[in-house]
Design a protein around this ligand. Structure first.
Ligand SMILES: Cc1ncc(COP(=O)(O)O)c(C=O)c1O
Length: 374
């Protein structure tokens, strides 16, 4: 099949999503501007209630962003100086930086083909100083929570979930964000559920952790005039919550469409060239925040697609342990072979809900054509 060269495929199109909900968003924002209730209002309380329901947790706490969700969680668990926390080196920076921001030491363990933590590698990284694991559900695919929770239990470790890319994903029917002591979500504009700016949420079933976090996000305030401990200003704006309340109702439809697109890619690309194509496995229901293929010909494929008007990304080209920011930790190239190889082979294909079938077919046909001659 020849590829249609006129068809452009952007990596994302935030405007296309907005078009469908524009009037309702504008009405809600307008009402809020009239009321002047910008901080800690009803929209936020409504959003927190709906979010907890979605994740099957008792509580959800809105915060300023996903990074704060992670580091406030670690602090709520009493993690700090002299403690080590294990996480994945192929994740977004914040999975590692949040550990350092809490005053503890980030320790990395390698991942598996599915780009999520290898529970055996985690086990081998445990020292007497290890206090917690941040299990990242990278790409929107649930990490191996059964095994990670078992390792944590064996060694008396806490588990915090980094769900920034995985809202709505389930493992054996259970939502991410409900396995660990806390689940940490980002509502960054590029996430599956996105604010009109920055935002984050923490989920938990633990009443004491919830009570702590409700204060920790707001100067330690236990009421209007009294602070129990010095803390941060990390609130989720009521205005953002208003936008999110509209979008939350659409989320399952958008997720379904992402899954349909992923299924088209899976059918169309499995067995093509040397491609490793992600799949739902072992009770996983992924939400495909990214659809990442792996190939030894990544750079050539990326340029080829670019030439046909198809935009792709790399999430992420430099692993956390090799960032300048992490130099003080003493890691070197070769420490995490799977992660480092993936940095050379991963390619994120467009997978946003508003893509047309025609665009997805164009991507598949173009990739197939690339392998005919390469
Ligand atoms: C896996 C992961 N963790 C944490 C974060 C941090 O979230 P935020 O950008 O909202 O601080 C992100 C998002 O960028 C992410 O993708």
């Amino acid at each position: 099949m020849a590829t249609t060269t006129h068809l452009r495929v952007p990596y994302v199109d935030l405007g296309a999503q907005y078009t469908g909900i524009k009037q309702e968003v504008l009405d809600r924002i307008g009402a809020l501007l009239d009321s002047g209730a910008f901080i800690m209002g009803e929209e936020l309380a409504t959003f927190e209630k709906s979010f907890a329901e979605l994740c099957g947790t008792k509580y959800a706490i809105g915060v300023a962003n996903g990074t704060d969700a992670l580091f406030l969680s670690l602090m709520a668990l009493g993690i700090g100086k002299d403690d080590e926390v294990i996480t994945a080196p192929n994740s977004y920076l914040a999975s590692g930086s949040s550990i350092a921001l809490a005053g503890a030491t980030p320790v990395f363990a390698d991942v598996l083909d599915d780009m999520n933590l290898d529970p055996e590698a985690v086990r081998k990284s445990i020292t007497p100083k290890t206090k917690a694991i941040i299990a990242v559900h990278l790409t929107g695919r649930p990490a191996r929570m059964d095994e990670l929770l078992a390792v944590a239990q064996e060694h008396g470790l806490k588990v915090v979930e980094d769900c920034a890319q995985a809202i709505g994903a389930t493992l054996n029917g259970q939502h991410v964000g409900s396995f660990g002591t806390t689940g940490c979500f980002s509502l960054h504009p590029l996430k599956n559920l996105a604010a009109a700016g920055d935002g984050g949420v923490i989920t938990t079933n633990d009443a004491a952790v919830h009570a702590h976090l409700m204060k920790a996000r707001n100067h330690g305030m236990r009421d209007r005039d009294h602070s129990a401990f010095f803390s941060y200003n990390s609130r989720l704006d009521n205005l953002q919550a208003a936008v999110l309340n509209v979008k939350l109702r659409e989320l399952s439809r958008w997720t379904e469409r992402r899954r349909v697109i992923a299924a088209m890619y899976q059918r169309g690309l499995s067995g093509v060239g040397d491609l490793l194509v992600p799949n739902d496995a072992n009770g996983e229901r992924a939400v495909y925040h990214t659809f990442i293929i792996q190939t030894a010909k990544r750079d050539a494929l990326k340029s080829f697609l670019e030439g046909l008007g198809i935009d792709t990304k790399i999430h992420y080209p430099v692993p956390i342990h090799l960032q300048e920011a992490a130099a003080y930790l003493g890691y070197k190239r070769g420490d995490f072979p799977v992660t480092e190889k993936q940095c050379e082979t991963i390619l994120s294909l467009p997978v946003f809900a508003e893509l047309s079938d025609e665009q997805v077919k164009h991507v598949i046909a173009s990739i197939t054509e690339f392998y005919r001659t390469n």
